[in-house]
Ligand binder design. Sequence first.
Ligand code: SF4
Length: 224
Amino acid sequence: MIYQSSNMRESKQAKLARIYAEYDLLCKEIPEPKCALNFKNPFELLIATVLSAQTTDKRVNIVTPELFSIFPNASSLAAAPVSQVESIIYPLGFYRVKAQNIISLSACLLNNFSGIVPSNMEDLISLPGVGRKTANVVLGNAFGLPGFPVDTHVIRVTGRLGWRKVQTHPNPVAIEREITAYFAPKEWTNLSHRLILHGRKICTARNPKCVSCPLNTTCPSAII
Ligand code: SF4
């Protein structure tokens, strides 16, 4: 087993060159990343993203066609019988809390934004249950605006690659600021998708597949 040498003494210039070279490799590994949640409009993506907490995007995609066929917008979902929403989203787990959350979110959307999903961070995070991660997903994927969602995969992969400062308790907002500073805003959403997909398939939480990882010659955490 060979551990790559530490990059503690890596200069800023060398680190930047390595980040861009590694990102080029990620672009080759994942040429056309896309949002794993199915949606037809910003409202559907907002609700689907809230529902995706503590479950997989695949499971969310199974329940949302029925949910949105019955409750296609904020006004219908705000007035939905909670028991009906609960039974539709039951397979996702935490169905009681999630049903209440998406109904409250829809009511707030209706009351404060005339039922239209806002396209800016400040308004999005004013909605109940919507944090920066969800807001960035919606901005980047539904509106085509700069958005860099930081999830558990982004935190893990950027940490292992040494793209960011080591933090005992990783702070997603600080990570968002640090990583986005290296890339053009138009790249942020695809960058996040690629880090997430790489984290799901190769740089997994347990037993990362360093031997087959295309970044293993430069990654400071590679075990080969
Ligand atoms: S070499 Fe290993 S630790 Fe580094 S990015 Fe690849 S899978 Fe992750």
